[in-house]
Write a protein that binds this ligand. Sequence first.
Ligand code: TMP
Length: 203
Amino acid sequence: MQKGLFITFEGCDGCGKTTQLELLAKYLQDKGYDVIVTREPGARGLGETLREILLNYDGEVSSNCESFLFLADRAQHIDTIVKPAIDAGKIVLCDGPIDSTAAYPGHGRGLDIDQINYLNNIATSGLKPNLTLLFDVDTETSMARVGKNKDRMESADIEFQEKVRRGYLELAKAEPKRIRVFDSRKTIEQLHQEVLGTIAPLL
Ligand code: TMP
């Protein structure tokens, strides 16, 4: 039986998921829960090198290569950080993993979703989040929040960003119990209160 909890934060760049993750982590830590905060791509060690390539490499990167690099990072991250923490009974809060693979390479880049899911399943050894919080906001707002200083992924055109957003919403429709959608136009505090209400039954 799974001892800890695995909660993931998803959404397009600029959707506010990292802010909500940090607020939830602080809330849970203040209540005495054993929490670890982590992210994909690039939690630590080898992952940091993969992150640097994925976000800042300025040469040509094929869609398949990009997917395999994200998945390589995922396998390393799940095996060496996420699973051990869950086995130790911790609450793992993770920024951006797992569903982003269907959303970005799948819906965004147009790769075959079944193949992506198959490969993703290998990378995670079948581990699924207990709960996924998806922060949704229109693409114009999210891109404005990202600003001018964009990384390689954020620099993709608006059409790509819109496909990713629609992809996320489709995923949430298919798994409404696990993936909860939040309207990121709300204030940080409003969203935080909604997040607390959503995670309460799991604690
Ligand atoms: P971030 O860590 O600053 O949110 O940046 C990660 C970027 O990588 C973001 O644009 C989403 C993208 N991404 C994918 O395309 N596929 C993935 O599997 C993951 C985890 C992230």
